[in-house]
Design a protein around this ligand. Structure first.
Ligand code: SF4
Length: 215
């Protein structure tokens, strides 16, 4: 009898496992078809005791090559904004809602292609497992794909940016733009403005971390 196709990665997620075991298990995941496209899985990275978890959409070209999240240009923007907001990078765990790179060819380049609802649903158990282990005080959803993947398809980032959102994944959940959107700004002036707003969003997170530390 042919094997039934997995609709989510849930049956593959080891129970009560730490990050190294989860990472090892995820490396063989074939719960959706994206494993065929990506070179390798790009699992989250950071301390099990990180206070903040940043959740992006999916790894990009550089992340796929290196097997590490947020090491490309968008990661550079994120690091710069975290520094400007006063958030210690050691307090941050970075990951994506989808863990394989989805792309389409354009000439010799691999161009990002947005993951669909089936792929997001399939991959979400890996993110939930990361959240269970790390138990971050704050989860920051970077971009509409990650935000809708957690908050539902009707969630509108433009209406609920920089707000504390009700979610079972953590006590404090906030959505903001994906740093790659700042890189796509049409000119220098709008890029600076977008960066300024992104840093303000992260300062909102930093203030929450400070309050919790003081409590
Ligand atoms: S994208 Fe996620 S669910 Fe799909 S194969 Fe990769 S790890 Fe598994």
């Amino acid at each position: 009898m042919p094997k039934q196709k997995l609709l989510t990665a849930e049956p593959l997620v080891p129970r009560q496992a730490g990050l190294p075991t989860l990472r090892e298990a995820a490396a063989t995941c074939k719960a959706c078809d994206l494993w065929r496209l990506g070179t390798r899985i790009v699992f989250g990275e950071g301390s099990e005791r990180a206070r903040v978890m940043m959740v992006g959409e999916q790894p990009g070209d550089k992340e796929d090559v290196q097997g590490r999240p947020f090491v490309g240009p968008a990661g550079g923007v994120l690091d710069k904004a975290l520094g400007a907001a006063g958030i210690d990078r050691n307090d941050v765990y970075v990951t994506n809602i989808v863990k394989h790179f989805k792309w389409k060819p354009r000439g010799k380049r691999r161009i990002h292609k947005k993951p669909n609802a089936i792929e997001i649903t399939a991959c979400r158990p890996w993110l939930e497992a990361e959240i269970r282990v790390v138990q971050p005080e704050v989860v920051v959803l970077l971009g509409a794909t990650a935000a809708q993947g957690i908050m539902g398809r009707n969630f509108r980032l433009t209406q609920h940016r920089r707000e504390w959102l009700q979610s079972r994944i953590a006590s404090f959940v906030m959505a903001t733009v994906h740093p790659s959107s700042i890189l796509r700004a049409p000119d220098d002036a709008s890029r600076h403005e977008e960066m300024r707003k992104f840093i303000e969003d992260l300062k909102f997170v930093a203030a929450q971390l400070q309050r919790r530390k003081a409590a």
